[in-house]
Design a protein around this ligand. Sequence first.
Ligand SMILES: [Zn+2]
Length: 415
Amino acid sequence: MKYCKRCLYPENHPLNLTFDDEGICSGCRVHEEKDELDWSERLEKLKLILDGYKRKSGSIHDCIIPVSGARDSYFIVHVVKNIFKMNPLLVNYNKHYNTKVGIRNLAYLRTLFGCDIVTQTVSPERIKRITRASLKKMGSMYWHCLAGSTVFPVQTAVKFKISLIIWGAHQGCDQVGMFSHLDEVEMTRKYRKEHDLMGCEADELVSDLDDITIEDMEPFIYPHDKEIEAIGVRGIYLSNYFRWDSKAQHESMINKFNYESMAQQRTFDTYNDVDCFHYSGIHDYIKYLKWGYGKVTDHASREIRLKRLTREEGINLVVKYNDVKPSDLQMFLDWIGIEEDEFWNSINRFRDPMIWSETDGNWKLSDSILNYRDDENIDGSRFNKVESCDFCLTSPKVSDEKDDSYTLLGRGWVD
Ligand SMILES: [Zn+2]
């Protein structure tokens, strides 16, 4: 397997990575733009775009911001509402796997910023059926979260006739350099299907065998092109106009608004995905079982590019977290109602043969970044580390006792 000489990405990255003659990946190359572009000029560009949408919709809301109890939501709302003085409608897809910290972060987000919020909660019974089917069809326990959170804002834009959606980072640009920041890539149905949804649109999960009807899938279906054109819906990404630095952004939100962080089972980043039990848990464990690497590689690669980790420190973090089995796997299997054997049968079919080999039912990684620690030209490719990479743990905003009084409201389902 080929690995980047600067970050930790392998060539089997599912978002399609390319390597140049020096063995540096496209993600690292596009990342170099962060220190080359004139960001004040790009911010002016964003201002022009946003000015064009103020009150344009004829509704009281100028734009839509998809939010959760984590992942730069505070930062995006802060920029749009407090800096650019827009009046956003916040839109939240309830993933059902909400942590208390995530519920509190979201509750404080809607309170602190004084924004209206629309939340979609699909029935847990339907979510369980869809998740059993997506696990079987593509080895994903997270498809409904990805599909719901990428489409509910678009459905809401059409329904309320609000033509601008403002997203945070574009993964294809930020992780793998699929686009330059200068391309100013916008939201598309095609990218969502191919990358966010792993190639599987909502209607492809309809099946008599799994007892899923087209009506069941309605919350996950992208609006028709004609509806989108009629409203002129477009989705822009703030990461094309800001020098995106998720760690610094979260720390500024911790200081300004007491955003809460939380330790994660499978990565050192305590900021990004604190709202969800499974994003950096079982979902990420499955990513490792398929591709041989998980979120810790994403996060370490990001921090190497931002000059806060050396490649060697990143590799040590991968060693620490890569094969940690989430402690709540059984709880999740009980919730969707399948046996552990069935889970393994579904996942093993999707292991990438480029990196996994099987003997008598035992799976083994055939290669790893560990074998490329001392590769040629590593020193020639590296950036000098300029700051430390400490992710802090905040203390809870409220006592557990007080917390329980409103936890269920945000969680959306009961045992
Ligand atoms: Zn790289």
